[in-house]
Ligand binder design. Structure first.
Ligand SMILES: C[S@@+](CC[C@H](N)C(=O)[O-])C[C@H]1O[C@@H](n2cnc3c(N)ncnc32)[C@H](O)[C@@H]1O
Length: 241
């Protein structure tokens, strides 16, 4: 399926790539990956993305005491930290598929916080029983996955949590996307910009999200809203009483 969805225009279908980001490559020095991760965290702190996203997510568990929150693809853990700052009674499980990221998060403040558990979890195959969490979060990570695995995240996230909130790069219309890509090209030798450019080409459109959800399970519904340059997708599963 095209990243822009089955109903994408000719141009939009071409604005995608099979090339991997440094973060996803086994042949790339770990120092380069840590540099990209550091830049992501730094940008998020400067633009207050982590706080804004936590503030958008937490109303979903406003009526729950000690809400159980699962962060998938946490990378640096800043979103979970922002969640705990805004909801000190929350219980967070901070996870990533990358063992180095998990070890780095575990060695920091979250590793010794009694409200946090840090562990390795693959978002496409979550080792937790159904409805173990009130909310699952997956930030800036969904586009890393090809369609079959992306559909697995929708299935697994809505199985283990009542709501799965995905925040990812918003895919603009093809002409605007072309301009965005052109503005990024001069910086592409910098690892962060390299991964940013590929992220933009791999971002899924709302139409693609709908197709992935229908493929994962027709009982999954998706709702969209904007958060700055990103969009938020709320995925939920209709459960039989
Ligand atoms: C661009 S980083 C995003 C980090 C952080 N969430 C943020 O908002 O800055 C993407 C993260 O997704 C993780 N990831 C990729 N595939 C994954 C999977 N199948 N399960 C869990 N995490 C995954 C990567 O290891 C990486 O840490």
């Amino acid at each position: 399926m095209p990243r822009a969805g089955f109903d994408a225009s000719w141009l939009d279908r071409r604005l995608q790539t099979g090339r991997l980001e440094y973060l996803d490559r086994d042949d790339v020095n770990d120092r380069v990956k840590r540099q990209v991760m550091w830049s992501l965290d730094w940008m998020g702190r400067i633009l207050r993305d982590h706080e804004h996203l936590a503030a958008r997510a937490l109303p979903l568990v406003a009526n729950i005491i000690e809400p159980r929150i699962l962060e998938l693809g946490a990378g640096h853990g800043a979103l979970s930290r922002a969640v705990l700052a805004l909801r000190p009674d929350a219980r967070v499980t901070v996870t990533d598929v990358d063992p180095v990221s998990v070890a780095t998060i575990a060695a920091g403040d979250l590793g010794s916080d009694p409200r946090a558990v840090v562990r390795r979890v693959d978002a496409t195959d979550i080792d937790a029983p159904d409805r173990s969490y009130d909310l699952a979060l997956f930030a800036l990570s969904f586009h890393h996955l090809p369609p079959v695995q992306a559909a697995r995240v929708l299935a697994e996230g809505t199985r283990v949590a009542d709501t799965l909130l995905i925040c990812d790069l918003y895919r603009p219309s093809a002409p605007v996307h072309l301009l965005r890509l052109a503005s990024m090209l001069p910086f592409v030798l910098l690892p962060f910009a390299h991964d940013g450019l590929i992220s933009s080409l791999r971002a899924y459109s709302p139409s693609a999200f709908r197709a992935l959800a229908a493929h994962a399970d027709p009982a999954i519904t998706v709702e969209f809203s904007r958060l700055g340059r990103n969009h938020i997708v709320l995925a939920r599963r209709t459960r039989l009483p």
